[in-house]
Design a protein around this ligand. Structure first.
Ligand SMILES: N[C@@H](CCC[C@H](N)C(=O)O)C(=O)O
Length: 294
């Protein structure tokens, strides 16, 4: 029987980005890709990202998080999921501890301080963007990642060239477009996600700058497909837009699921993301899910 059988989970969302939260603090079990895919396959626990809490690693932090995509791959960052975890750790009766209005989470990409703005709204300090080609990472040594070249040839959308590349702890490519709604993400996304220029694949954004303070964004997520929102993509897009002089350092990013406020803070270069969370339901993982999963 899997160590995860009968584990309690929370099904949440951040702007419609489907998030399942699993609390494994106190356990040494590490979720396998097969187990992650099994949890994603059940409609009750379905997710774009599975956020798994482990005991803290760095002194002064509140929990270590592992982040899984629908396909079982792991990521270093998930902005919407981080807000959901913060809500769970502050407000869920079974998971919370006496907490002030802030906490610090850790992923393999670094520390994420979170502050509560109101009952359901949180600000996450997503840390500084990584802009060097080998930090993103890219295949080729670009001196300037504001515009890179992809290998993919897209006869249906030849204008999709010269994206910006940014890492927010996970790799993002941002294509600057006139109409973000015009693209068939399911057709184009998988090709660009696996373009050979991205050795670890990439999250693919289609960004329409509507004013110096506003961007319309649609995202094809690495390992998860088209989602209703992607927090780290919104952060990466505002950083890239500001670097190109398309927006200022603060902008509202409108995604299919709603709006995020993003600020690339001048004082320390960290990116702050503010947005809502929602609890949908809780449940327990059925042992039947893991029959045959290792
Ligand atoms: N939805 C997330 C980002 C999820 C991670 C991504 N698919 C990856 O593999 O890097 C967000 O809100 O940031």
């Amino acid at each position: 029987m899997s160590a995860l059988s009968n584990s309690r989970f929370l099904k949440m969302n951040g702007l419609g980005n489907e998030i399942t939260v699993l609390d494994l603090r106190g356990s040494s079990h590490r979720v396998t890709p097969v187990e992650a895919r099994a949890i994603a396959a059940d409609p009750r626990s379905r997710f774009d990202q599975l956020m798994v809490l482990h005991d803290p690693v760095t002194p002064g932090t509140d929990a270590y998080m592992r982040i899984y995509n629908t396909d079982g791959s792991e990521s270093g960052a998930c902005g919407n999921g981080t807000r959901c975890v913060a809500w769970a750790m502050m407000s869920d009766p079974a998971m919370s501890r006496p907490l002030s209005e802030g906490l610090v989470l850790e992923t393999r990409a670094g520390l994420l301080p979170v502050e509560r703005v109101s009952d359901l709204v949180f600000t996450v300090d997503m840390g500084p963007p990584r802009l060097a080609w080998n930090e993103i990472p890219l295949r080729d040594p670009y001196p300037d990642t504001r515009s890179i070249a992809v290998d993919s040839k897209l006869p249906e959308a030849p204008e999709l060239q010269g994206p910006s590349a940014v890492s927010m702890g996970n790799p993002h490519a941002i294509f600057w477009v006139e109409d973000a709604l015009a693209y068939d993400l399911a057709a184009i996304g998988p090709v660009l996600e696996r373009d050979p220029v991205f050795p670890e694949r990439a999250n693919i954004s289609f960004a329409q700058v509507t004013s110096p303070e506003h961007i319309l964004l649609r995202v094809w997520e690495r390992g998860a497909g088209a989602t209703r929102a992607c927090g780290s993509a919104a952060c990466a897009t505002v950083v890239a837009a500001a670097r190109k002089g398309l927006t200022g350092r603060r902008a509202v990013v409108s995604l299919p699921g709603g709006d995020l406020v993003i600020e690339w803070r001048e004082s320390d270069g960290h990116v702050l993301m503010t947005g809502p969370t929602e609890l949908e339901h809780e449940g327990t993982l059925s042992p039947a899910l893991f029959a045959g999963a290792a």
